[in-house]
Design a protein around this ligand. Structure first.
Ligand SMILES: NC(=O)c1ccc[n+]([C@@H]2O[C@H](COP(=O)([O-])OP(=O)(O)OC[C@H]3O[C@@H](n4cnc5c(N)ncnc54)[C@H](OP(=O)(O)O)[C@@H]3O)[C@@H](O)[C@H]2O)c1
Length: 223
């Protein structure tokens, strides 16, 4: 069985990725909410690592759990926050950047020696890279940064036969949307399980090909 580490597996897309991969892989699941994470890890027979990946200690705790070959790393943990251009401040940028950009880059750097040929790094981006939404500038910039880094990483790892995939979901029905968010019609959102299927394809596809970027958008309604 191959080992896969998934960040942000305590809810939403990360939990769905864990559920779809659990039957065929040994999973290490990382997030901050102990009760939620441990419940999913128990259900799936996975290892839970309670860690805040926005901190140096959390990154060390997560990477230290991998003590053998790693087949795939799924950088899914992320936050969403809105601010109009005039409201963007240091705290807003730092909060988004630490988990949406710095954590995937630093965790990947730490785990690169463990990643095996034929394996994969999958980064969860967003359809905001392709479509502009008001008050979404810093979040959009963070996901554009994630994708720019992913393109460079793909070429750096190609000689080692490690594939780098980006999955960019449109509006997906998870807890990232505040319950009272105006205009969030959950019945027309992507299902987390369908985003997970794209991640599974990137990880389990034959090693001869790399699925570089998959967008997953709602079948009806708006992106
Ligand atoms: N839902 C959408 O419409 C949508 C669309 C495009 C892209 N995405 C992306 O999909 C990814 C997953 O989001 P989701 O929709 O599934 O939302 P979610 O249910 O809120 O999941 C976010 C996950 O990230 C974890 N996380 C957040 N901050 C963390 C930190 N500092 N350290 C460790 N883990 C942290 C959360 O766990 P804890 O709180 O337990 O730490 C949770 O497991 C994100 O990168 C998001 O940007 C979502």
């Amino acid at each position: 069985m191959s080992t896969i580490l998934i960040t942000g597996a305590s809810s939403g897309i990360g939990a769905a990725i864990a559920r779809i991969l659990a039957p065929r892989h040994r999973l290490i699941l990382v997030a901050r909410r102990r009760d939620r994470l441990e419940a999913i890890a128990r259900e799936l027979g996975a290892t839970a690592v309670v860690a805040d990946l926005a901190t140096a200690e959390g990154l060390v705790a997560a990477s230290a759990t991998v003590d053998g070959p790693l087949h795939a790393l799924v950088n899914n943990a992320g936050i969403f926050a809105l601010a109009g251009a005039e409201a963007i401040d240091r705290a807003h940028l730092d909060a988004l950047w630490r988990i949406n950009v710095d954590a995937p880059m630093l965790l990947t750097a730490a785990l690169l020696p463990r990643l095996v040929g034929g394996g994969a790094v999958v980064n969860i981006s967003s359809a905001v890279v392709d479509n502009a939404f008001a008050r979404c500038a810093a979040y959009t910039a963070s996901k554009c940064a994630l994708e720019g880094w992913s393109r460079v990483l793909r070429e750096e790892l190609r000689p080692r036969a490690i594939r780098v995939g980006v999955v960019a979901p449109g509006a997906t029905d998870t807890e990232i949307w505040p319950a009272d968010f105006a205009g969030a019609d959950r019945s027309r959102m992507v299902r987390a399980a369908d985003v997970a299927a794209a991640v599974q394809l990137m990880i389990e596809a034959p090693a001869a090909s790399s699925f570089d970027r998959i967008t997953v958008t709602p079948g009806s309604g708006s992106v």
